[in-house]
Design a protein around this ligand. Sequence first.
Ligand code: PGA
Length: 234
Amino acid sequence: MKIIAGNWKMNGSFQNLQQMIKDLSDIDTQNTVILAVPYTMLCTDSGKISLSAQDISAHTHGAYTGEVSASMVASTGAKYTIIGHSECRQYHGDTNASVCTKAELAISNGLIPIICIGETMEEKQAGKTLEIIESGLRESVPANVTSGIIIAYEPRWAIGAGITPTTDEIAHAHELIANVLSDMGLDGTPILYGASVKGSNAEQIMSIPHVDGVLVGGASLKSDDFIPIITSVK
Ligand code: PGA
């Protein structure tokens, strides 16, 4: 059983979500299917699939215009929130430290954080991939956590680019993540791979050791693209 999480980013509409929920309602799968949608779409009956926010505020409440807190997301019935997505790190200034604060708030409000880590092209070219992954994990995951989180490895240079790392690169990164998680007392934490996942590569990617599922951007927007990913593995 794998975890297949879609991330709609700032795309789609409430009507699109209703259609997706309908399209996914009768597929035959044991996999956990999650859809991370914009906040405005969270308050909805999503049937068999679980909804996720794409980010939460690093604050509990107050004068933070435009922000949405973990407790607000939890009150919609959503079960998850992505935290530290590369676009939030790039455009909204998220750092490992703010990701850690947000993860704590998510957990204390009953949400499962999907904590994203991964290297930029610059970091990859500087040979820093493994260092960035390890520091990302150690600094983004709250110290007292023993379960109830998901990690997503997203090589930032491959997101939305239509290119994927080699099987060896994914295997190497996921093995390191599993080892570091084990060292942190977090054995068994699911590790998702994200960046340019599509129907044609999903099964192969999910056959790599320590890949417990995928985080899918572009190919999660249409059911014709998303369903083949969900049904590519048992
Ligand atoms: P992509 O995005 O599948 O479009 O590359 C992945 C992500 O940002 O989660």
